[in-house]
Design a binder for this molecule. Structure first.
Ligand code: SF4
Length: 369
């Protein structure tokens, strides 16, 4: 699979490939990962104020911010995770999930340690909720990431698994290296980021997926340890930037699954982002600190989709339920199926020239390289 011809749609979902970290040089010393941060202000007494995410951590000398991957050394702020790769896989882009961006292609997917929130349902807590020194990592400078993406026949690099906000400098440099090599970049993010940093870092992305974790401040405060408003602002900013964006909403039983919350969410999307942004209602599986809750019942996901459909959103998907018909893309005008998916496999893609081949309705997205 890795050394053969370009992947066909039928290849997807057969094997997700874990890229061995030995593909990258062993780290020599921590200084190779330590690069001055790009989004901070120096303040008095060698302290700094981080301007990357809305927490705006004020950090004293020899201290770190909340995310644990940024450190003040003598009044200069550093990221400790530039090129510090702790996970790399070749995944179908549908796994991110992107359903309207280069379907049927593979994404060279990578992460460093760290996160700026603390979701109680985190699926990757072993790399997101740790400091960089607590997980094995290898040195993967931006050029090597672009080279590996090409070697593995991936048209995109995906920044994912942990929280790319906290490795923004690495993401920006890898995106530049990728673009020089003809490789695009996509990011999977919580969107909890300051506007200027978002414009600078995600301005280099070709597509963005935002995890909108709920539509209430109380959930963000109690379950995510973050805030909803900055995430909504980020979505509006991405729309103004013209960035291709998809939204995932993980439906957690009893915590964010009421009709009122679904309706509030989709009405906000319709008003502020429009009806064409794809929305994925994803099934929750008990993980990390929420093992006491059940898997989201499929009827709950179908209820969310029915509300979104009734409110007029055009592309509403059900995620993490392999084989569900709501994994497919349908034309909003003639209702014919345009992309057939089973799990992470895109089996058929009928869209031609960015339109439905049956009724010529334009279908938003990036369908061909
Ligand atoms: S990115 Fe990290 S250090 Fe900066 S404000 Fe957010 S949590 Fe604090």
């Amino acid at each position: 699979m890795l050394s053969g011809a370009a992947l066909s749609l039928g290849d997807l979902g057969q094997d997700l490939v874990a890229v061995p970290l030995s593909a990258f040089p062993q780290k020599l010393d921590d200084s190779r990962f330590t690069v001055e941060a790009r989004f901070y202000q120096k303040i008095e007494n060698k302290r700094i104020k981080c301007k990357l995410c809305p927490r705006e951590c004020t950090v004293g000398d020899r201290e770190r911010g909340y995310c644990g991957v940024r450190e003040n050394r003598g009044g200069t702020y550093y990221t400790l995770v530039h090129s510090r790769l702790c996970a790399a896989h070749v995944d179908p882009i549908e796994k991110k999930p992107f359903f309207h961006y280069l379907p049927g292609t593979m994404a060279f997917s990578l992460a460093t340690a760290g996160c700026n929130v603390n979701c109680k349902f985190c699926q990757n807590w072993d790399i997101s909720q740790v400091r960089p020194e607590q997980v094995p990592a290898n040195y993967a400078p931006p050029r090597s990431v672009a080279d590996l993406a090409r070697q593995y026949h991936c048209p995109t690099i995906a920044y994912t698994y942990s929280e790319p906000v906290v490795f923004s400098e690495y993401l920006m440099d890898a995106a530049d290296a990728g673009h020089e090599a003809g490789i695009r970049s996509v990011v999977v993010s919580n969107g909890y980021m300051q506007a200027d940093a978002l414009k600078a870092a995600y301005g280099k992305m070709d597509a963005v997926k935002i995890d909108l974790k709920a539509f209430s401040e109380s959930y963000y405060r109690d379950v995510v340890v973050g805030e909803l408003k900055p995430v909504l602002n980020a979505l509006v900013t991405l729309r103004k930037m013209g960035k291709w964006t998809e939204i995932v909403y993980l439906v957690v039983p009893t915590l964010n699954d009421s009709d009122a919350e679904f309706r509030g969410l989709v009405r906000w999307i319709k008003t502020n982002l429009g009806v064409d942004v794809p929305v994925h209602f994803a099934q929750f599986h008990p993980e990390y600190l929420l093992k006491n809750l059940p898997i989201t019942p499929v009827p709950t996901l179908e209820r969310a989709k029915a509300i979104a459909d009734a409110e007029g959103l055009h592309y509403v998907y059900i995620g993490n339920v392999p084989g569900h018909p709501a994994e497919n893309t349908y034309c909003p005008k003639c209702r014919r199926m345009l992309v057939e998916r089973v799990g992470l496999t895109a089996r058929q893609m009928l869209i031609r020239k960015n339109a439905c081949p049956f009724c010529q309705q334009p279908i938003p997205g990036v369908w061909h390289a």
